[in-house]
Write a protein that binds this ligand. Structure first.
Ligand code: MN
Length: 196
């Protein structure tokens, strides 16, 4: 059944990776009948297709001007799995049906950096404070300073982080496709980080 659902998802333009065993379990919990289960699955797909993307379902855009007040959204640490050193992420907004990009302020302590990664539909970085470094795979590391705007095109492997002895904070605006905005890869080694 999983393979059939994934094929059906692909046929209607839904990312098949959204269909997983968790989805199936939820459908089965709702009904013991395979036919009713299949109808539920079809309804789920139609909802996703009708809304244009998975993000639109989870983050309906506000109908009027909205202000999210400073201090109402908790900071979180950048996970060790994807970052080297101490990194703080302040999520600002999620992608929605109006603007399909999320925004976060990310602060890297000296020497801290992301792992190598790509973005399915790209990213823009605006350096807010400090001094940072960024590198595209196969190219030289570049220093970035407040006001610099970095364009990371879709699928281009890169990393970003702080300079060795100076922290850096940047705004990251990241495009989202089917609820995904990044593909993580290996960590940036000390040798790669220190190469100039
Ligand atoms: Mn990036």
């Amino acid at each position: 059944m999983l393979a059939t659902l994934m094929k059906a998802a692909g046929n209607v333009g839904v990312d098949p990776s959204l269909i997983n065993t968790y989805t199936l379990r939820r459908i089965r919990m709702k009904s013991k009948s395979p036919i009713a289960g299949a109808c539920l699955a079809l309804l789920s797909f139609l909802c996703i297709v009708a809304s244009g993307s998975a993000d639109a379902q989870t983050n309906p855009p506000p109908t009027g001007e909205a202000i999210v007040r400073a201090g109402t959204q908790a900071s979180r640490p950048g996970p060790d799995e994807f970052f080297t050193g101490r990194v703080r992420v302040d999520d600002l907004w999620a992608a929605d049906a109006d603007i399909n990009s999320s925004g976060s302020m990310v602060t890297f302590e000296p020497g801290a950096r992301s792992a190598w990664h790509t973005h399915p539909i790209g990213q823009r970085l605006v350096v807010a404070s400090g001094v940072g470094l960024t590198q595209e795979w196969g190219k030289l590391t570049q220093m970035i300073r407040p006001g610099d705007v970095v364009t990371c095109p879709p699928g281009v492997k890169h990393w970003h982080g702080a300079a060795p002895t100076t922290a850096m904070t940047h705004l990251a605006v990241t495009g989202s496709s089917s609820g995904r905005n990044v593909t993580w890869m290996e960590k940036v080694s000390d040798e790669q980080y220190n190469a100039r």
